[in-house]
Write a protein of this length. Structure first.
Length: 209
């Protein structure tokens, strides 16, 4: 699919493999999520617009490139998406952060929204929606639909691990959204978990069961 990019840099692959292991502690898991997100953010924001600015080096005045404005919004899907925010902000500290709260019905696997707070000028910003896992795609599809209802237009979706079913669902619902993932796994199991996956990302980030 033309709107899906798998960021398979060796460092990303290495860190994601450690992330998956059952022996990885909550502290290590959080740190790895932050590091992988930072590496992915570097690639996903490759098309940020630039402007010419005049600066002075110790040698002379010169014209060089800087980011055009500071119009970036990071929107984590709660709660697991929170684990990816700090990695993004390390690279783009001026970004605004919105939040969308979704939970998944354990029986129907359908997402339900319980919270939405976005920057007031969301329609002017490049929006990066973050969630470690793209499983059925339900939460991502609904979150992006909600952002669009508030006027958001320029949207990217960033996840660590995706299932083919989730990619297909998101691409079909929002063909204008570019999807960036570190790994595309085999499939979903009958409970809607990604196989081989890494379990429940929220539980592993926050140490809950």
């Amino acid at each position: 699919m033309h709107n899906v990019t798998t960021l398979d840099h060796p460092l990303i692959q290495h860190k994601t493999t450690i992330l998956r292991q059952t022996t990885t502690t909550n502290k290590e898991f959080r740190e790895l999520v932050e590091e992988i997100t930072m590496l992915m953010c570097y690639e996903a924001l490759r098309d940020l617009p630039l402007k010419d600015v005049e600066i002075e080096t110790p040698i002379q005045k010169t014209t060089k490139k800087m980011l055009l404005g500071k119009k970036l919004a990071i929107v984590p899907i709660l709660r697991a998406g929170l684990g990816m925010v700090s990695g993004m902000l390390q690279l783009v500290p001026s970004a605004k952060v919105g939040h969308i709260g979704m939970y998944r019905d354990e029986e129907t696997l359908q997402p339900h929204e319980y919270y939405c707070k976005l920057p007031a000028d969301i329609e002017e910003r490049l929006i990066v929606v973050v969630d470690p896992m793209l499983a059925t795609g339900g939460s991502a599809c609904d979150a992006i639909a909600q952002i669009k209802s508030y006027g958001g237009k320029h949207i990217k979706f960033l996840c660590l691990i995706a299932a083919p079913e989730g990619i297909e669902a998101l691409s079909k619902a929002h063909p204008d959204v570019d999807i960036y993932c570190a790994n595309v796994d085999e499939k979903l199991n009958e409970k809607g978990y990604i196989v081989p996956g890494l379990g429940d990302a929220g539980d592993r980030i926050f140490g809950t069961k």
